[in-house]
Design a protein around this ligand. Sequence first.
Ligand code: ADP
Ligand code: MG
Length: 379
Amino acid sequence: MEMKERIKSEFEKRFGTDGTLYASSGRINLIGEHTDYNGGFVFPGAIDKCIMAEIKANGTERVRVFSIDIDEYVEFGLEESDAPTQQWARYIFGVCREIIKRGGTVKGFDAVFAGNVPLGAGLSSSAALESVFAFALNDMFNDNRIDKFELARIGQSTEHNYCGVKCGIMDQFASIFGKEGHLMRLDCRSMEFEYFPFKPEGYKLVLVDSVVKHELVGSPYNRRRESCERVAAKLGIETLRDATMEDLERIKGEISEEDYMRARFVIGEKQRVLDVCDALVKGDYETVGARMYETHNGLSKDYEVSCEELDYLNDIAKECGVTGSRIMGGGFGGCTINLVKDALYDKFVKTASEKFEAKYGHAPKIYDVVISDGAHKCK
Ligand code: ADP
Ligand code: MG
């Protein structure tokens, strides 16, 4: 049964009525990695994998919600002390609380939801979950008075305050603002953003999930941040956003080789995002792909956040003649994102799956994605 039909039938069965359907998406980031904390750009888009929820006010002060995928029912009140223990329900509770904390209204409601964003694969199923409820509760109880950026912040605060994840704003932003056929360049310093057309006719976007996650000792993430901060301080600027390659060359002798490499990646990545935007305006997907490979190289060689499995997937893509391929996300595991000509698609997926499995003993997971609308009320 289609997801929508399953949700409707479950809602009817549990609550004996019908509500309103809403959906919000997972996301990809085409380019712009490790740029957020450097005041740079990210370039995400919402995808055709979403979480969908049917919701109806129930006239009480309690929330009653059933997760189809987890096959679990939870009830909770709306006071801070009513926090549920189930992880998935904390996302929903958190969204309710964050709306209330901002002076918004949330009353009791009934909900049934399901999704097809793979969990924990780097496509941000959690942001999809937060965003669908934030969007719906704004529509149902607040006459859409909460602006969309605040809805994204409500999702982000939910992760921070109720789920123990200190994430940035990109995932929720993409899930809320996503638009079919468009990526969004978000300036992580000013929070301004712009839509760019992404209609790669003759190409597919495919994610290859290595299903590995390397836990590295000594918090490599924080050490990368510190390198960037040291170089910025040396240059007398707040973040590497304002640095050029010339600036970096000028102080090369005064910083460590490692800090130099880290900064070279970040400064290069800013330019690559801008190049990709220009290329998309011209419909030049070959340049987009070339920049994706450069990003991968930078993440692997200069920023050193890749791993053997992801480099292997990138090499296979190159060998197959794939247009663009790179690590997506923070690194040390997870997915590569690949821009693949239609005619190459079958060969690439087969080659990547077989070679990877032969070497690492398990097959990667393959996710095709199409850039789609973010949070919306379903027709
Ligand atoms: P991701 O990278 O996909 O966002 P997270 O660990 O941040 O991974 O979020 C995954 C969590 O979000 C799950 O453990 C679950 O609590 C919740 N979640 C995501 N999708 C669903 C779903 N379809 N049904 C129930 N809970 C979900
Ligand atoms: Mg998440």
